[in-house]
Unconditional design. Structure first.
Length: 516
């Protein structure tokens, strides 16, 4: 049996802050622009906002938020479920038409929106006539005049978030996360990445991403959160210096940007005890460089929106072992926790032999309830209680899990499936390649042409890269085309935005290879 939320854990999301406000009311819950907010003050803000929300609409209404990170966004994360409503965090990087689709599909009735983001939305989308839009800079005025109501009773099985997937493999789907699934995800996170008393955790990812569960984890454990509007290397370094940050969540690309920043000094990271990362593997040279710079524990994890967080972790000890003697572990996402069951299945949904590749399926209390108003997608993803992740993985003899690729993100060239990650791993071993992404582009002869998009540290010709790949890969896996870029685009999760690369280069003539 899969472990459920421990009895000691809160049953409802809003209880995370309420309990700390009772235990340690004056302890800092949040730092924003250098100013601290105590747990008591944050709880008062949550109560004021949840009471106003309870006085509007009905239980179960969807409340949208379109904003960059800010204290009000964080308050909504707790206040909306406390009012019996469902939060719909919208990706601030989406185009107006994409936002319109999600607002309509989720049936959002009230939208809290940053004025900077609201203007292009209103100009570029046709919003539902019944939608009430409340700019963030007018929320206090609204609260001063809003009617309030008692908070409804909440059920742990109630939805708290409808969180749209990144869309890296198709049209985004609204993953419905409940109190129970979210809190089960927090239990897994606590096991995989413990929080220490007095921690000051810096969070630079968007709050509209499932990575925000890391913020809630800190509040469950009574730690403080240093919230930034978005990632900017100089701001992160300044916050580390001024607030003595002890823990952070970063993508490997972000770590490299910190170390490469002109203002970086070794002492900037002196207070940092741990860094959790995800979205991509940790390059061995970056690991060695970071360990030379500071005594920092690193933790990698495997998860997704549909899992309310992560189910496997590569621990600090795993990283130290990788630095000493086992660099291959850096390609792993770690070993599964006891809170979840993981299996690898073939195309006939049969378990694969040890060491073989198969689709990762997960059974855990932290799995999503459903995809919002998409019963076919729900039935395809949740089969007999198992979530089909769409990720292809393999286990080694020690039980470490390796992600080979996305099941639906392979290049189909000449009838052969080419795993993008396999080609990327080879390309990264070329001394001139700093980073890369492999995509499929339309090809009249092959259906799709395996295409490499590269960031180079030194000059390298297309033939140099192709010869390098041929030395390590079958001919049909070797990229037929290459494009050089200054940097790879990232989505909100910190992953390489392959759809944008496909759109960018799909219309380029065959002669345009290695062009920026």
């Amino acid at each position: 049996m899969v472990a459920d939320v421990p009895a000691a854990a809160p049953a409802l999301l809003q209880q995370l802050v309420a309990e700390q406000a009772r235990r340690q009311p004056q302890a800092p819950a949040l730092w924003w622009q250098g100013q601290a907010t105590s747990y008591a003050a944050l709880q008062a803000q949550i109560e004021r906002l949840s009471g106003a929300l309870a006085g509007t609409g009905q239980v179960g209404d969807r409340i949208g938020v379109l904003a960059w990170n800010c204290p009000l966004f964080l308050t909504l994360i707790y206040a909306v479920p406390a009012a019996g409503r469902v939060l719909v965090p919208l990706n601030a990087r989406l185009a107006p038409a994409e936002l319109q689709l999600q607002i309509e599909e989720a049936g959002v009735s009230l939208l809290f929106a940053d004025s900077e983001l609201l203007a292009p939305l209103e100009q570029g989308a046709v919003l539902p006539t019944e939608l009430v839009v409340l700019p963030l800079d007018r929320v206090n005025d609204w609260l001063d005049t809003a009617s309030t109501a008692p908070l409804p009773a909440c059920d742990p099985a109630q939805p708290v978030w409808i969180l749209y997937t990144s869309g890296s493999t198709g049209r985004p789907k609204g993953a419905v996360l409940t109190h129970r699934s979210f809190l089960a995800g927090l239990c897994s996170a606590l096991i995989g990445r413990p929080v220490q008393p007095g921690d000051r955790f810096l969070y630079p990812f968007p709050l509209f991403h499932v990575a925000a569960h890391n913020v809630l984890l800190q509040h469950w454990q009574g730690a403080g959160v240093v919230l930034l509007p978005r990632f900017e290397a100089g701001e992160v370094l300044a916050a580390c210096r001024q607030l003595k940050v002890t823990a952070m969540s970063l993508a490997p690309t972000m770590i490299a940007m910190l170390l490469d920043h002109p203002d970086y000094r070794r002492e900037d990271l002196a207070s940092v005890r741990s860094i959790g990362y995800g979205a991509s593997a940790m390059p061995a040279d970056l690991l060695q460089r970071l360990l030379r710079e500071a005594d920092i524990d690193l933790c990698q994890s495997y998860g997704m929106t549909e899992l309310s967080g992560s189910v496997a972790f590569l621990t600090p000890e795993d990283h130290r072992r990788a630095a000493r003697e086992a660099p291959h572990l850096l390609a792993s996402v770690g070993r599964p926790l006891f809170t979840a069951e993981l299996r690898l299945l073939d195309d006939r949904d049969q378990p694969v032999p040890p060491g073989e590749r198969g689709e990762i399926v997960v059974r855990a209390a932290q799995c999503l309830r459903e995809y919002w108003r998409q019963p076919e997608a729900t039935a395809a993803a949740l089969v007999d209680g198992w979530l089909h992740t769409g990720d292809i993985g393999r286990f080694d003899e020690e039980g470490y899990l390796y992600i080979v690729d996305r099941k639906k993100d392979m290049v189909l060239s000449g009838g052969e499936n080419v795993a993008s990650r396999e080609v990327e791993d080879v390309l990264r071993r070329h001394p001139a390649v700093r980073d890369c992404a492999v995509i499929g582009l339309p090809d009249a002869r092959w259906g799709e042409a395996v295409t490499g998009v590269v960031v180079l540290d030194a000059e390298a010709s297309e033939e140099d890269l192709r010869d390098h790949c041929r030395n390590h890969l079958a001919g049909y896996k070797t990229p037929r085309r290459f494009f050089r870029v200054e940097a790879l685009p990232l989505n909100a999760a910190g992953k390489v935005d392959k759809p944008s690369l496909r759109r960018r280069f799909a219309g380029e003539p065959d002669t345009a290879t290695m062009a920026g």
